[in-house]
Design a protein around this ligand. Structure first.
Ligand code: ZN
Length: 179
């Protein structure tokens, strides 16, 4: 048996024989809490939002960056963010999640792929995402090296953990292609 190619994960052995185009999906959720309860400042897509509550997290708790990171890693069949950056690793305490995202982009390129487009949804009851959306999209374009970035903000309609203001969630779907 020859060793697997770099794009093939030991824990995701089904990723051999990669075709020219691959899709990846990521999802993340963080519980929201006041600073007294251990909540951090609320950061979404690298943008700090004014909020009385923020994520409980080992890193900076950027749910959107984490979902995009997992989507990129998933597209190339790599290990997920929790394996690559264990949340008990003191080096990642309060880490800027752009570090994780940048590493995922690096691995995508190393596997011979470039990002074609990203479509993401952030679920957050408040504050509204729209005033920050332009800056969030610019951050993602810069780190991904891709112009086709779409970010949507949704509320939880007052129900469930998002709707009750107890959580932030993000989904991301990416397409990558051979370069
Ligand atoms: Zn996360």
């Amino acid at each position: 048996m020859s060793p697997p190619p770099p794009s093939q994960s030991a824990t995701n052995p089904g990723s051999g024989g990669l075709p020219g185009v691959r899709i990846g999906h990521g999802w993340d959720r963080h519980r929201l809490a006041t600073p007294d309860e251990g909540g951090r400042a609320l950061v979404v897509g690298g943008v700090r939002l004014e909020s009385p509550v923020g994520p409980i997290a080992h890193s900076d708790g950027d749910a959107l960056y984490h979902a995009v990171t997992d989507a990129l890693l998933g597209a190339i069949g790599a290990d997920d963010i929790g394996v690559l950056f264990p949340n008990d690793d003191p080096r990642h305490d309060a880490e800027d999640s752009e570090v994780f995202l940048g590493e995922a982009v690096r691995r995508v390129r190393e596997a011979g792929y470039g990002v074609v487009n990203l479509d993401a949804t952030v679920r957050l009851e408040r504050p509204r995402l729209s005033p920050a959306k332009g800056r969030i999209v610019e951050n993602l374009r810069r780190v991904l090296g891709c112009e086709a970035v779409n970010v949507k903000g949704k509320t939880g309609e007052g129900v469930g953990p998002v709707g009750e203001g107890r959580a932030i969630e993000a989904d991301a779907v990416v397409l990558v292609s051979r370069v």
